[in-house]
Design a protein around this ligand. Structure first.
Ligand SMILES: *Cc1c(COP(=O)(O)O)cnc(C)c1O
Length: 230
């Protein structure tokens, strides 16, 4: 008997594979980040037992607690994907492996200063406000290159790429169009920065992962489709 969570996990894996093949891409070039926010550590353990290694958390304290409970599970990789205030950077620098939601230099500087010397550099994606809502988090596309240059100079960080959270759109074509804007910005920055490790385009969630993979996402962040409803 396979469990419900196993069924969902395999269905998400199949969606990613199918979307990659549809886009003439190698399915191995699209990583799955399982977004475990609001789900108990024991659910994460179940999904880890299926082979999943990368997990995403939005809330710092919840994430830090889960990381502690799951210390016995080998080689998990923890990604902070939620909005980050400057007074919350220390636990993130001390416990996470990646941060996807950096959108200003001050946060990056604090993460670099606070990253413990015995840990590898913290992997960073810059969150870009790709569809332009003025109240939304994320650096504007126009300011992204300058921020990327400043962040890439910080000693205890490694700039890995961009992250986007476009507003939900109904049609596949509209979803692809907004994800393509992110892909073009990613390619421009990649060319301007000349950093080989700038290799990650974090975009696509449960509802739009196919469109994101079509446009060139290298990491889809999937919560409800893996874990069930929140
Ligand atoms: C919650 C969340 C996700 C996952 O969303 P689902 O719709 O549950 O797949 C992805 N990215 C971010 C930043 C999130 O907050």
């Amino acid at each position: 008997m396979i469990s419900e969570i196993q069924q969902r996990y395999q269905a998400v894996r199949a969606r990613i594979t199918q979307a990659a093949l549809q886009a003439s891409r190698n399915p191995d070039d699209v990583q799955l980040l399982a977004v475990s926010k609001t789900f108990a550590a024991e659910k994460v353990r179940e999904v880890a037992a299926l082979g999943q290694r990368d997990f995403g958390e939005n809330y710092v304290q919840e994430g830090v607690d889960k990381i502690a409970v799951l210390k016995d599970v080998p080689s998990l990789v923890w990604h902070c994907i939620g909005p980050l205030q400057s007074n919350k950077t220390r636990p993130v620098a001390e416990h996470f492996d990646w941060v996807h939601s950096v959108d200003r230099l001050k946060i990056a500087q604090r993460l670099s200063e606070q990253r413990p010397a015995d840990l590898p550099p913290l992997n960073i994606c810059l969150q870009v406000n790709i569809d332009g809502g003025s109240t939304k988090a994320g650096v504007s596309p126009t300011d992204a290159l300058a921020l990327a240059q400043a962040v890439s100079a910080l000693p205890r960080l490694v700039l890995r790429g961009l992250m986007t959270i476009p507003d939900p759109l109904e049609s596949f074509d509209a979803q692809v169009a907004v994800h393509m804007q992110a892909k073009r910005l990613f390619d421009d920055l990649h060319a301007s920065l000349g950093l080989p490790q700038f290799d990650t385009l974090s975009m696509g969630m449960s509802a739009d992962l196919e469109a994101a993979v079509q446009a060139g996402s290298t990491m889809v962040r999937v919560g409800t489709a893996v874990f069930g409803g929140r």
